[in-house]
Design a protein around this ligand. Sequence first.
Ligand code: C5P
Length: 220
Amino acid sequence: MARDIRVLVTAGPTREHLDPVRFLSNASTGAQGAALAEEALARGFAVDVVHGPIEAALPPGARSHPVVSALEMLEAARSLHPACDVLIGAAAVSDFRPREAAPRKVRRGGGVWTVELVPTADILLELGKAKGTRVHAGFALETEDLVEGGLRKLREKGLDWLVANSPEAIGAAAGRYWLLGADGTREDLGQVTKRELARRLFDAILGTLSADQAPGGSCR
Ligand code: C5P
């Protein structure tokens, strides 16, 4: 099965600069992306990781593509996407960016600083337009209605697989997860480590890849 499978992972947070020293971001460490890269390498796959500023170390063997903003992440992922068989969006992309970043550090003396935020590009949604026969998977962090919210994102982003989790997973070694599939799978994975989650997700992804190759499946 370990034919030349190429996996593209987005990982970690993005930063959207307000001025040269301040930014909007989140607490993502990149640990899930690193665990996915480890699992992919252990299975003999080639791995590209497009990541924002991360604390987690990527495994040797993973090709690292560091970026800062959501737009840079989209551009890097877009250039690697045509060659990949599997895309996993594990990045905690900032959903908003300032309409305009101040070119110089904004001083406190000026009183109230009003910033207008506009949505950033949705990387999985954009790459979904060129999905072809690739397998696409994503993550959804939900504070309520984990499964319902996850299923909505699975559909909206045209994904094959989606892992839904609650916010405790951020920065932690483990979390509580659901695995949702476009094939109707709704599996409560319970409390598992990020590496175990990566193993379960790759099992699911490989199932989709081999179903596509089976007689009657679409030709890859
Ligand atoms: O933020 P949201 O809950 O919609 O994220 C769900 C999935 O979409 C995640 O896999 C995330 O990496 C991806 N995403 C993205 N680009 C965004 C926002 C989210 O690729 N701007």
